[in-house]
Design a protein around this ligand. Structure first.
Ligand code: PMP
Length: 279
């Protein structure tokens, strides 16, 4: 398929990234994953806004406007004939001889790249729910930035996968923050609870959609800290992300959540999310 490198569409085999690209050497860049449903970007503007916000927080100048990035993403989806899949895009601080110090911005431009994937919805998992483990959150203190540095997330996810689990739920000294690549929620006595959007989590676009759906449908919710203990005592647990949508978690560290099946509040939110996609 085709990819975009800087402003240009080309065959993937023709795209060249330099050995001294700062994304490759330092993880010095930011990224986004946007879902494609029926050939359309879902919450595309929100993802691009977050890409620019992440870039701003690391003082990285994206060499295109928001509108240009959006139109490049749409062109790529169309060109590759993607109906159900994703667009991955990232921007690095560019190519310069290796030094921690930022390169001179008058000589080095950010490197923008994007490609698409075909990706089905995880239907079986959405129906039956998944298992998760808990892990120490060993990440830095700017988890609000969607940066390319994902080593702690990779290690946590690998640990989950090795134990036959879908996700690792992270906690800082017993306070649940989020998943290795998702936001995490508990439901207690009908109220949805999730960590507030601080520097300790990524404010997921799916999280924002989920909380909007709660607000619009009189589902009580609270953005507040909750503990590992509250996770264990929860009536329901679920996670959200661009690719996982609203995913029930029915087992944590080998122990059943509630009855061990997706709960009514999670189901309701899944239905509302489906309606949102149909809009
Ligand atoms: N937290 C982390 C650490 C993530 O990597 C992701 C996936 N991008 C999310 C939360 C969920 O964000 P979104 O709903 O925007 O995909």
């Amino acid at each position: 398929g085709k990819v975009i490198l800087n402003g240009e569409m080309m065959e993937r085999s023709e795209a060249v990234i330099d050995m001294e690209d700062r994304g490759y050497q330092f993880g010095d860049g930011v990224y986004e994953v946007i879902r494609v449903y029926d050939g359309n970007l879902f919450t595309g503007e929100e993802h691009i806004e977050r890409l620019f916000a992440s870039a701003g927080k690391i003082k990285l100048d994206i060499p295109f406007s928001r509108d240009k990035v959006l139109s490049l993403a749409r062109q790529l989806v169309k060109e590759n004939g993607v109906k159900l899949g994703t667009v991955y895009m990232q921007v690095t601080r560019g190519t310069a001889s290796r030094s921690h110090i930022f390169p001179d911005p008058s000589r080095t431009k950010g490197v923008f790249s994007a490609y698409t994937t075909e990706a089905p919805r995880p239907e079986k998992a959405l129906e039956n729910g998944v298992a998760a483990i808990t892990e120490d959150d060993i990440r830095w203190l700017r988890c609000d930035i969607k940066s390319l540095n994902l080593l702690p997330n990779v290690l946590a996810k690998q640990e989950a996968s090795g134990q036959g689990c879908y996700e690792a739920i992270l906690h800082r000294s017993g306070t649940i923050t989020e998943g290795s690549s998702s936001n995490v929620y508990i439901v207690k006595d009908g109220t949805v609870i999730t960590h507030p959007a601080t520097n300790l989590i990524l404010n997921g676009i799916t999280r924002q959609v989920t909380l909007k759906l709660c607000a619009e449908n009189n589902i009580p919710f609270s953005e507040k800290e909750y503990s590992l203990e509250e996770l264990r005592q929860a009536d329901e647990v679920f996670l959200t992300s661009t690719t996982s949508e609203i995913m029930p978690i029915v087992k944590v560290d080998g122990r059943q959540v509630g009855e061990g099946i997706p709960g009514p509040v999670t189901r309701k939110l899944q239905l509302l999310f489906q309606e949102e996609l149909n809009k």
